[in-house]
Design a binder for this molecule. Structure first.
Ligand SMILES: CC(C)(COP(=O)(O)OP(=O)(O)OC[C@H]1O[C@@H](n2cnc3c(N)ncnc32)[C@H](O)[C@@H]1OP(=O)(O)O)[C@@H](O)C(=O)NCCC(=O)NCCS
Length: 186
C-alpha cells in the first residue's frame, strides 16, 4: 500500500501540467481545431450544455475547478471558425490506472459529423500513450445514441449504477475500453 502511494506521489510530483498539442481535423471539407479548453471557453461550453440539456448540469465554478486541475484533468474543445462547437473532459487517476471521460457535448448544429467520436478518439490515444490501460465513462441508460457511439469506439458495458442521476434517478451504464500504448490506438 505504501509503495503504491509512493509511486502515486512520485508520478504527481513529476507530472506537472498535462501537455496537449493542438490538432486539426478535416471533416466534410471544414477544418476544425482541437485544443485544450481555456477559462475563457467556459461560457461557450455552458452555452452548448444549455442547448443540449436545456439547463447546464455544471456551472461555471465547476468547470473552473476542473480546468484548474491541469495535472490530472484534460478538457478539450473543438473550434470551428473561432467558435467552440464541442468539448470533452477526461480525468486521469494514476493510482487507479484509470482515465475517465467526465463530460462530452457537441453543439446540436454540429452533431452527426464525427466531432464527438474525434474527441473521444483523441482522449483514448492520449491516455493510452500516457500509460493508462483503460478508459471508463458513465452514460444515462436511455441515452441510446451516446451508448451506440461509445460502443462503436470500443467501449463495453461493465456495470449498471441504479438511480445514479439525481435529477430523474435514471440508471447509469458504466462502460470501459481497454487502451493500447503509443501508436496502437489510432
Ligand atoms: C453524444 C454526442 C457527444 C455525440 O457527438 P457527435 O459529434 O454528434 O457524434 P459523432 O458525429 O461523432 O457520431 C454520431 C453519429 O454520426 C455519424 N458520423 C460520424 N462521422 C460522420 C461524418 N463524417 N458524417 C456524417 N455522420 C457521421 C456516426 O456514424 C455516428 O452514428 P452512430 O454512432 O449512430 O453510428 C452528441 O450527440 C451530444 O452532444 N449529445 C448530447 C449530450 C450527450 O448525450 N452527451 C453524452 C453524455 S454521456
Amino acid at each position: 500500500m505504501f509503495a503504491k502511494f509512493k509511486n502515486w506521489l512520485k508520478h504527481h510530483q513529476e507530472a506537472g501540467q498535462l501537455i496537449f498539442e493542438q490538432q486539426t481535423k478535416l471533416i466534410n471539407g471544414r477544418q476544425f481545431t482541437i485544443r485544450r479548453a481555456r477559462f475563457t471557453d467556459i461560457s461557450s461550453i455552458i452555452r452548448i450544455e444549455e442547448l443540449i440539456y436545456g439547463t447546464a448540469p455544471w456551472n461555471a465554478n465547476a468547470f473552473q475547478i476542473e480546468l484548474e486541475r491541469d495535472h490530472d484533468r484534460l478538457y478539450l474543445v473543438t473550434v470551428y471558425d473561432g467558435q467552440v462547437v464541442g468539448y470533452a473532459g477526461c480525468s486521469f487517476n494514476w493510482y487507479k490506472h484509470e482515465s475517465h471521460i467526465t463530460n462530452i457535448g457537441v453543439s446540436p448544429a454540429y452533431q452527426d459529423q464525427g466531432i464527438g467520436a474525434n474527441l473521444i478518439q483523441i482522449l483514448k490515444t492520449y491516455a493510452g500513450n500516457h500509460g493508462y490501460p483503460r478508459m471508463t465513462l458513465e452514460v444515462r441508460i436511455h441515452n441510446l445514441r451516446a451508448r451506440k457511439l461509445y460502443e462503436r469506439l470500443g467501449f463495453h458495458q461493465t456495470n449498471i449504477k441504479s438511480h445514479y442521476y439525481i435529477d430523474n434517478r435514471e440508471d447509469a451504464v458504466e462502460m470501459e475500453v481497454k487502451l493500447q500504448s503509443r501508436g496502437e490506438n489510432t
